[in-house]
Design a protein around this ligand. Sequence first.
Ligand code: DSN
Length: 415
Amino acid sequence: MMKYESIKKRDKQVYGALKGEMKRQEEGFEMIASENYVSIAVLEALGTVFINKYSEGYPGRRYYGGQEFTDIVETLAIDRAKKLFGAEHANVQPHAGAPANLAAYAAILKPGDTVLGMDLSHGGHLTHGHPLTLPAQIYHFVGYKTEPDGTIDYKKLEVQALKEKPRLILAGFSSYTRQLDYAKFAAIAKKVGAYCMMDMAHIAGLVAGKSVPSPVPYFDIVTTTTHKTLRGPRGGMILCKKELAKAVDRAVFPGIQGGPLMNTIAAKAVAFGEALQPEFKKYAKQVLKNAKMLEKEMRKYGAEPLFGGTDNHMIMLDVVESYGISGKVAEKLLDTVGITVNKNVIPDDPRGPMDPSGVRIGVPAITTRGLREKEVKVIADCIHMTLSSGGDTKILKAVKIVVRKLCHAFPAYKK
Ligand code: DSN
């Protein structure tokens, strides 16, 4: 693991926090569905001198001089992204998922246009129309919902689309666990004359590793983050059909961003290179197996995962229903034993987002550490014991010891 000697020498306060965070990440299990552990090579790329360079524009068309090497890394990132996802065009400059979505909207929409996106409490994302976001102030978002059995009723979605006449139909989620029917989204969009876009941020790594179907052939635009299951640096990316390439590139720069973060783009290139390796396919398959095992074990304990189970890397639990505690309390209890999850709203949650009814639990990061089904069973035991502990410190202490031991057996970063 990195030593960070210079930070240690120069800035004791930052070094102290860094050391604490390193220990926290090693000695607990990150089960926040959107988190992962990047490779040392990705970490190194983030700390390179590419951070010093301003590179407004795109490879071969920059506004500042001295771009011979930034052009190489950005072209590598673009080419690898296109190969990884079979995309016609890739823009690797968005700083994160939210700007990627904002730029994608700007590329194809006019202010006031209607967008049909998944309701936040049913699994959608803030950037898909939450009233407090900038996109929601520019465009008119209408939400569609999941059914009580966790599926999407595509007939209903079609009726809603015919009524609302959206300019864009948006697929994608941050807390929905089932496979979407991409062909149906595309067919409905075609029928109503809308663009269709997928935000695949959560499952990009599973798509890259071919353990779930790819949305890329079906959608005009596919946005993603480059961390999460894809296991790259924190960042965003837009893939699109070549007809939209110019509009997308303009919307990113100069539309909503200035200089790209070239160190992050170098790290994206490294991560995409890693995701093109055969081992990444094994990783993506194991993520699904681990999530399925977690689903099975929690169900065994009577904690029925929402949406009827999982087809991806996470499960959603209604902990009010299963354990008689709120999502906030569940998150806190799990924190005390070294299992990090996030509280999450559930469909039409009667409770607020700061103390909702659910928790979201994901397996991408523990799978990177090398845990397989056998160990996931132990983690499920730990989760169940913790959530049913009533806060009993003896139980929590005992669980923490099990978690710590398992963490030591599966280090995130080898010494
Ligand atoms: N914050 C991410 C997540 O946890 O899903 C999405 O932006």
